[in-house]
Design a protein around this ligand. Structure first.
Ligand SMILES: [Zn+2]
Length: 393
């Protein structure tokens, strides 16, 4: 029996060395010891992949890079641990029933071969300003993966080019880490309609058209109250990811051209909407009937189609946010952000905010009365920020 045992032992050692040793540079061949009596099996470790690292064993024996195979007595439970070198990450085990990136446990009942894969770490490339295709290639080349790609309108960045990225460039992450990209959809300028005198009424689509948050901003409805136009112009230039924003700088271009409150028919457009409409004359001339004016009909169509959850209408010059009948929390938040008081002004018949709050019951359409003077640059920025803050929810 002792002789048979020795023969078995020699056979196992020889096959173990052959299995690991023939193709594996890390396995050093061991002399076959015919005199050994305890059965041992060779555990071989191979390191592969673009990165680097080490594999050690418990009980001690394997210490790969340098010692990549070791003979363990039959029945030994060996735990292999992989440690990635700086700049690399451990991608996982294969062989001997091991997988995943945890430890690899092998009970030695035969010769075993285990492969440990180390990848180069993801080093986030600088892709802001690149075309999307080039950015995607750079991300892959950096051992990272392209994560969420969000398309937003932008007036600053050409369509198809990356506006921003996350994480920031040069960060070192695990191989395959995701890099999210925000990509420009370019500018979208929409001709909504024309005024009584044929002037174009335009809107700019800003932000993320796929967003479920929809906001409308109108810079000027009364032609002699023009301070809000600067806020609209600022908003046009923003790249927003979490809101779809329509900006109408001027709904009443004829009034702006003439410096009058009303349009070219002398109609106060903010008395011309079909909710609690009343015939009024003079400065607040309501028009002969609701929606008699092309400018009002233009806004009416846009609001019915776009269904904004938040609409902001800029006026002058009472220096107050009007509690206009929508969600008061939205109005209050806006007032706090811009530093104006929130007050309830008279709810006028035929006003656009009254009509909007009526037909879109869970929405908030409100009037912001700017101060009499033109806004300073910091004030414009503050109002634009507040506008996007309440629009994104
Ligand atoms: Zn006004």
């Amino acid at each position: 029996m002792a002789l048979v045992g020795s023969i078995v032992c020699a056979f196992v050692l020889a096959s173990g060395a052959a299995a690991g040793g023939a193709n594996n540079p890390f396995v050093r061949s061991r002399p076959v010891a015919l005199v050994e009596t305890a059965t041992v099996y060779t555990l071989s470790v191979a390191l592969v992949g673009s990165g680097s690292g080490t594999v050690t064993s418990s009980p001690a024996g394997v210490d790969c890079g340098s010692t990549c195979s070791y003979d363990f007595p039959s029945g030994t439970e060996v735990i292999l641990t992989a440690t990635a070198a700086p700049g690399s990450s451990f991608a996982g085990w294969s062989g001997a029933g091991c997988s995943g990136i945890g430890s690899c446990e092998v009970t030695m009942s035969a010769a075993e071969s285990v492969t440990a894969t180390f990848d180069e770490a993801c080093v986030v490339p600088e892709v802001t300003g690149e075309a999307l295709k080039a950015a995607e290639r750079a991300v892959e080349a950096g051992n990272c993966r392209v994560g969420k790609v969000t398309h937003v309108f932008s007036r600053k960045v050409k369509k198809g080019f990356v506006i921003s990225q996350r994480p920031k460039p040069r960060r070192r992450l695990e191989s395959g880490a995701e890099v999210a990209l925000i990509v420009s959809e370019g500018t979208r300028k929409v001709l909504l309609g024309r005024s009584v005198d044929g002037r174009p009424i335009v809107a700019y689509e800003v932000g993320n058209p796929a967003s479920s948050r929809r906001e409308l901003v109108v810079g000027c409805i009364h032609g002699n109250e023009t301070a809000g136009i600067a806020i609209a112009r600022r908003l046009e230039r923003m790249s927003l990811t979490t809101v779809a924003l329509w900006v109408v700088p001027v709904l009443n271009p004829d009034g702006v051209a003439a410096g009058t409150r009303g349009n070219a028919h002398g109609v106060d457009l903010n008395r011309n909407f079909p909710h609690r409409w009343q015939m009024q004359s003079g400065v607040y001339y309501s028009g002969p009937r609701p929606l008699s004016e092309p400018e009002s009909r233009t806004a009416y169509r846009l609001i019915r189609r776009f269904r904004p959850q938040v609409s902001i209408w800029f006026h002058q010059h009472l220096d107050v946010v009007d509690e206009s009948g929508g969600q008061i929390a939205v109005e209050r938040r806006f007032a706090a952000l811009v530093g104006l008081p929130l007050r309830r002004l008279t709810r006028e018949s035929g006003s656009v905010v009254g009509w909007t709050n009526h037909i879109l019951p869970r929405s908030t359409s409100f009037v912001v009365e700017l101060p009499a003077r033109a806004l300073s640059e910091p004030a414009v920025a503050r109002f634009a920020r507040a506008t996007t803050a309440v629009g994104t929810g």
